[in-house]
Design a protein around this ligand. Sequence first.
Ligand code: PBG
Length: 329
Amino acid sequence: MSQSFHRGRRLRWTPEIRSMVRETPPLLAEDLIMPYFVVETEDQSFRKEIGAMPGQYQLSLAELEKQVEKAVDDGLQSVILFGIPAEKDEKASGAYAEDGIVQEAVRRLKHRWPSLYVITDVCLCEYMSHGHCGILTPGGAVLNDPTLELLAKTAVSHAAAGADMVAPSDMMDGRVAAIRHALDESGLVMVPVMSYAVKYASAFYGPFREAAESAPACGDRKSYQMDPANAREAIIEALADLDEGADCLIVKPAGPYMDIIRQVRDAVNVPLCAYQVSGEYSMIRAAGLNGWINEEAVMMESLLGMKRAGAKMLITYFTETLLKQRLVR
Ligand code: PBG
């Protein structure tokens, strides 16, 4: 009897054949970028778990070094740093201070581990008393062009402290060009810009804003971050940032935006990074802690999806866990 249907199960029959026909390569340690929250504080024993992100901490410089030491032993290759300054003001002075918290953290990590690839998030919201990513008018509008100078100063100060790469996440127009120009003027021509080119105004950032103490005091970020309903606009943003000199791009959030990762992947030729954001992490952790899902399996599947969609690099709060549990090569 000849068969009139497709026997897809033939190539799923054993683990051997399944791995032989697997399309997406396994996760690698070098794909992973671990985010850390560093606090400017006198108390060098400061280490506080983030309520909405079990397993993630706000850390003093000394505690950061201890945390990274363990992760490096497990194979950590890259980090992205977020700073929480002791004081905030209306011009985000802490963001570009030579002895600012991120600048100090970069020096410390690069001194101890010269080959650890240190990326910095370039934004102003954590350093602004109002929590917006740019300079505000008295009426509460975020000013674009005057903000560019502060962002460029911030990026240069990070790179001058030794950051290997800067990642602007503010979503002001023209910031990649401003940052690239300022880096070049300062002789930092070899520091790449990985722009958060496609960053949506997402409710999935909620836990991060607790972690980074960066929730806007009034209003929201919809006048600068993208509308979650838009996909074609993602391509416009990606191409604009490349035109301005970005070396690689981030799509953020990742899980609910895998269609965007795929479309951007198909539209550009630079390396692509997916950011599995705080809310994505928190949901998986919460369901795992409740025993509602197999947390490890869901974590792996969520990241595999991002790679299948076309991302190479992954910023994920699961990085330490993946390395520690030997779930990556
Ligand atoms: C700073 C910034 C944010 C995130 C990364 N950089 C917060 C925001 O835009 O409100 C979010 C990351 C996360 O949720 O894990 N602008």
